[in-house]
Design a binder for this molecule. Structure first.
Ligand SMILES: [Zn+2]
Ligand SMILES: [Zn+2]
Ligand SMILES: [Zn+2]
Length: 404
């Protein structure tokens, strides 16, 4: 069983922590329980040098201590859509770099370069060079493919059939993505898009798969459906996302798709603009009933669960971090605590955190969805009765409806 996260950024990407270097990423991945991580930003020459100098190129793939790495980059196309590319080796990185160089003004300075090419051209170059490629955070309103296009074909043209995977992103889960028949052949990935090594960032979403090899070849076989399969995607509840419901960008009043259309996307409260939510975008694109192969566990990272349980404002406070250290020291890697460890065993260390983990595993959480740029709100209820009370009291918000 391999737990992996293929979308992260190095310190060379804008807004990324200076701590994002291979030794730190590796040690934090290990604490987290990730077996394999993407390097991110591999087209950036300085980062590539650092990666080449720090990773060990072994017979079974790239490694730093016990963590395996695959060479990855996220690029932005001329429509501002993001794509994730996975490379077999450094020679291929160099070849693709040479093809992209003339179409980018920031490929030497940025970690996530902007290319003056469209999705089809980028995919063609990637596939010609033997890389793996798919759209990043497909449903993210501003930089995901469905924020700009109505189908994979519209973005990737004839390369569509060569796509390897679809990254769900924080705003969608497998159920939502599988309502679109275009996705039937694609493996769904849940990656973190981490900008810092904090345990609530790195691996905040991750994949669990049966892989024949923990390297590029293993992924290639997985995506081609030759050997191996994803058994679990772990990620945030899409309702947490800032654009889950259609809602006013100014006052965050929520609307159903029908209401928003009726009101010509103008807020009835403040006349602000109603931003279409991911939920409603999927509704427009839906052409089949959802059906997907890997289970999807909606759970936030452990430090977030501790934060909610102790009632702190941030997962980086000393109390939360000390509790996190105590649990991971006593019970092993975070991923195992979240998914595998028996609740009674976790309760030996902290019964309240154990209870919260059980509620996430069982899906007994009430989410008041986000929208219009404001995050969703999570309520960890005390019991069944509490759930019913919250659902009744906040029903229009939960159903993303406007009531006048
Ligand atoms: Zn992106
Ligand atoms: Zn990214
Ligand atoms: Zn408004």
């Amino acid at each position: 069983m391999t737990d992996f996260d293929l979308h992260i950024h190095s310190k060379h990407s804008i807004g990324v922590s200076p701590d994002m270097e291979i030794p730190v990423i590796s040690s934090e991945a290990e604490r987290k329980g990730l077996d394999m991580v993407g390097t991110g930003d591999i087209l950036n020459p300085e980062w590539r040098k650092h990666v080449e100098n720090t990773l060990k190129d072994t017979e079974t793939g790239f490694k730093y201590q016990d963590v395996k790495f695959v060479l990855t980059v996220e690029v932005e196309d001329k429509d501002r859509i993001h794509h994730l590319i996975i490379f077999p080796d450094f020679e291929t990185v160099e070849n693709v770099y040479k093809s992209f160089e003339q179409f980018s003004s920031d490929i030497d300075s940025e970690g996530r370069p902007r290319l003056s090419l469209d999705g089809e051209e980028i995919a063609e170059i990637a596939k010609e060079n033997g890389c793996l490629i798919g759209p990043c955070h497909a449903f993210t309103p501003y930089t995901g493919i469905y924020g700009k296009k109505d189908s994979l074909k519209q973005c990737y043209g004839d390369q569509k059939s060569k796509l390897d995977f679809l990254e769900l992103g924080l705003s969608a889960d497998s159920e939502m993505a599988s309502k679109i028949s275009d996705h039937d052949d694609l493996v769904f990935l849940s990656n973190s898009d981490a900008h810092s090594p904090w345990p609530h960032r790195l691996g905040r979403e991750f994949n669990r798969a049966e892989l024949t090899e923990e390297n590029f070849n293993g992924l290639n076989k997985l995506f081609n459906r030759e050997q191996g399969k994803v058994t679990l995607n772990v990620g945030l509840n899409p309702k947490e996302g800032k654009y889950h419901c259609s809602a006013c960008n100014s006052c965050h009043q929520k609307y159903t798709l029908k209401q928003a259309e009726e009101f010509s996307w103008r807020c009835q409260e403040c006349s602000g603009k109603i931003k279409k939510g991911v939920k409603d975008r999927v509704k427009e694109l839906k052409d089949k009933e959802p059906e997907y192969e890997a289970k999807y566990l909606k759970a936030p990272p452990l430090s977030k669960i501790i934060q909610y349980t102790v009632g702190h404002a941030s997962p980086t406070t000393k109390t939360v971090q000390e509790k996190y250290d105590e649990l991971t020291r006593g019970l092993g890697a975070e991923v195992d605590i979240l998914i595998d460890k028996h609740i009674d065993r976790i309760a030996e260390f902290d019964s309240d955190v154990a209870k919260s983990i059980r509620k996430f595993r069982e899906g007994n959480i009430v989410m008041v969805p986000g929208g219009g740029g404001s995050y969703g709100e999570r309520i960890i209820p005390d019991d069944r009765e509490h759930i019913e009370q919250v659902k009744e009291r906040r029903s229009s918000e939960i159903q993303c409806r406007y009531e006048n």
